[in-house]
Design a protein around this ligand. Structure first.
Ligand code: KIV
Length: 273
């Protein structure tokens, strides 16, 4: 049997079986280097369309393309060998019809080797989730605050604070789960609503700005390692890499300008014959 077939990667059924059990640890990664660092510690790696904002400097995820997701998905797959890898379907590649969603998802899966895709709960999503799941594509749903709907919402707005919104988010969760999603990201919702969703649906919920009672948690990695000065309220910073990197770069610049770098140990000399 080839090495690939003997892969010990965490699988979709493994994650599905964690409902109500051991918490699911999930983070985003966009490159092989970060995937390699993150992989031993997490159960799921998301190649999120946040890549557009955190690596490409876009104002939202709306400008991210399928080609960008394929390139970053391929990179992450080269760096990760343990975690389940899920790749985001970017805006405009799945909303118009289940067939369009299948064509985009099939490209993502066959060109990256990822094990699942993620879609935001737009109109008609249950039909799309059922269409994809029935054709061998594991789907993770994304409900609550939907970053791809930022223009409709007029910003990244928390959901579920009014009765009407609570009813809508809860029914999104039910629909996505019943249509066959193997897990659901619940983003930016009131914590008691996230608890209700977690109790109600039969698949694991992964919270981000939601509740500690979700079946798992995800954060955007550059946020939690301190790459940005501003982060949303729900982010806990586990490192301050912006300061560490900035200090290192400043030291390097000082050494280059003063002629201290490179030193004798950092240059090559002729070999003695
Ligand atoms: O794209 C992303 O990183 C995401 C997370 C915020 C869940 O969807």
């Amino acid at each position: 049997m080839s090495k690939a077939l003997k892969s010990s990667r965490i699988s979709v059924p493994d994650i599905r079986a964690r409902k109500g059990g051991e918490k699911i640890v999930m983070l985003t990664a966009y490159t092989a280097t970060m995937a390699d660092i993150i992989d031993p510690h997490v159960d799921v790696i998301l190649v999120g369309d946040t890549v557009g904002m955190v690596h490409h400097g876009l104002p939202s995820t709306v400008g991210v393309t399928l080609e960008m997701m394929i390139m970053h998905g391929q990179s992450v797959m080269r760096g990760a060998s343990n975690a389940l890898v899920v790749v985001d379907m970017p805006f405009g590649t799945y909303e118009s019809s289940p067939q369009k969603a299948f064509d985009s998802a099939a490209r993502l899966m066959s060109e990256t080797g990822c094990q699942a895709i993620k879609v935001e709960a737009c109109a008609g999503i249950s039909e799309t989730v059922a269409f994809l799941s029935g054709r061998g594509i594991p789907v993770m749903g994304h409900i609550g605050l939907r970053p791809q709907a930022v223009n409709l919402d007029g910003g990244f707005k928390t959901k579920g604070r009014t009765t009407e919104e609570r009813t809508r988010v809860l029914s999104e969760a039910r629909e996505v789960a019943e249509a066959g999603a193997f897990s659901i990201v619940v983003e930016g919702v009131a914590s008691d609503l996230a608890d209700e969703i977690t109790k109600e649906v039969s698949v694991p919920t992964i919270g981000i700005g939601a509740s500690a009672n979700c079946d798992g948690q995800i954060l955007v990695t550059p946020d939690m390692i301190g790459m940005f000065e501003w982060t949303p309220k729900f982010v806990r910073r586990y490192a301050d890499l912006r300061t560490t990197i900035s200090r290192g770069i400043a030291e390097y610049a000082k050494d280059v300008r003063s002629g201290q770098f490179p030193g004798p140990a950092e240059v090559y000399t002729l070999k003695a014959n």
